[in-house]
Write a protein that binds this ligand. Structure first.
Ligand SMILES: O=c1ccn([C@@H]2O[C@H](COP(=O)(O)O)[C@@H](O)[C@H]2O)c(=O)[nH]1
Length: 307
């Protein structure tokens, strides 16, 4: 899967990932109305609205991008119906040949991590049969529990040729509270990054490891350091756009081969029609606004990389 991600980035010339983080408040009136007419103002109605919204956006942008990153929290808030919409979204994006990064941020003691890994990346055994439940290509994982919490994910990734993005330095304002704490004179995120590099050593694709890292766009100086600590790890970079990360800050997250990082934008793409810049599209053409926002993001990132 890491080779597919690299190939698709080269083919689209777009080191970006569209975050499918649907909130009802982003979904235009007409999409909500159609869903509520069919299912009422119920959890099922909400799930239908987010599914139709996602589908329209994916249809509008899939040819431009290598990958999507559905954020499971936005679906889980609607319970089982929301999770069904998550699954439909994952399946639809895979049908469109997109790499799917499940932003699920799992991680627990080993036996529990094994169940998470099976559910999101592997196959679950039911009697004599096996099923892929959610079937994402990559999942985000929290490393706080240490090696025995990560190993089950790595084992499933090896079996299935799938990958991980492990939280190393997150984009949020408070991320430094724990992640910047010095241990033996170096911040915790550097220690975690060394582990990510080590965990990935024996699960390599052609050029990059299947085991990648999350490093926020909002801490570019840290990104520059971590790129060197994990030269073979792909970096998933959230925080561009809505959280303030800028393309010019992201140049050092990439390697000299032009690969090694993939920049996420969620609200900035899926709710583009709400921005003044894309107001001419109007809510009825929300998916066209998203397409334009993707084109602008690609130009912005590539422009910075070529300078
Ligand atoms: O450090 C992190 C890790 C994950 N995220 C997730 O990425 C998106 C960002 O959404 P935007 O709308 O582009 O701000 C969201 O799903 C976060 O949970 C992150 O932001 N930072």
């Amino acid at each position: 899967m890491i080779n597919k991600l690299c190939d698709k980035i080269k083919k689209t010339n777009a080191p970006i990932v569209v975050g499918l983080d649907p909130m009802l408040s982003y979904i235009p009136e007409q999409v909500q109305k159609a869903a509520f007419d069919a299912y009422g103002e119920t959890l099922e109605g909400a799930a239908e609205a987010i599914w139709q919204y996602n589908k329209a956006i994916v249809d509008a942008v899939h040819d431009l991008i290598p990958a999507v990153k559905p954020q499971i929290a936005m679906y889980e808030q609607f319970g089982i119906e929301g999770l069904k919409a998550f699954q439909k979204t994952v399946d639809y994006c895979r049908e469109k040949d997109l790499v799917v990064i499940g932003d699920v941020k799992r991680g627990d003691i080993g036996s529990t991590s094994a169940a998470y890994a099976v559910g999101h990346l592997g196959k679950v055994q039911v009697g004599s049969k096996t099923y892929s439940a959610f079937n994402e290509d990559f999942a985000t994982v929290n490393p706080y529990l240490g090696t025995d919490g990560i190993k089950p994910f790595v084992d499933v990734c090896k079996e299935e040729k799938k990958g991980l993005f492990i939280l190393v330095k997150t984009s949020n304002p408070s991320s430094g509270e724990f992640q910047d704490q010095l241990i033996d004179g170096r911040p915790l995120y550097e220690h975690v990054a060394e582990k990510v590099a080590a965990w990935g050593e024996d699960h390599m694709g052609d050029s990059y490891s299947y085991i990648g890292a999350v490093v926020g766009a909002t801490y570019p100086e840290v990104g520059k350091i971590l790129r060197k600590v994990m030269p073979k790890s792909f970096i998933l970079v959230p925080g561009y756009g809505a959280q303030g990360g800028k393309a010019s800050d992201l140049v050092h997250y990439f390697n000299e081969d032009g690969l090694g990082a993939i920049v996420n934008s969620s609200r900035g793409i899926i709710a583009a029609y709400k921005q003044e810049k894309y107001a001419q599209f109007g809510p009825e053409n929300f998916a066209d606004a998203s397409r334009q926002a993707v084109l602008d993001m690609i130009e912005d990132i590539n422009g910075a990389l070529q300078k």
